[in-house]
Design a protein. Structure first.
Length: 94
């Protein structure tokens, strides 16, 4: 008989990050200077040093881009760390 495994417990065994993440489901706006306009995206999780974002079929993303959670009242500059299809991991720049 197959054992039922809690996916959160299983994932925590393989977690490599030293900072815990806050899982959220929040819309944000992504922009960069190489292309006009802004791109809607969804934030999956966030820490004080970075973010995981799901893009909407954005084929090209530069190493540096801006991210706003409040319609450009504030902007966090980001540096691309990893990408897997529509999912992007980025570090916040100071």
């Amino acid at each position: 008989m197959a054992e039922i495994v809690d996916i959160d417990s299983w994932a925590s065994m393989f977690e490599r990050r030293s900072i815990s993440r806050t899982q959220i489901s929040k819309g944000a706006l992504l922009f960069f200077s190489a292309q006009l306009g802004v791109f809607a995206c969804g934030v999956r999780d966030i820490t004080n040093v970075g973010v995981c974002v799901r893009t909407q079929r954005l084929n090209i993303l530069p190493l540096n881009f801006g991210l706003s959670f409040d319609n450009f009242q504030t902007v966090r500059m980001c540096r691309l760390i990893w990408r897997d299809r529509d999912f992007v991991g980025a570090a916040f720049e100071n």
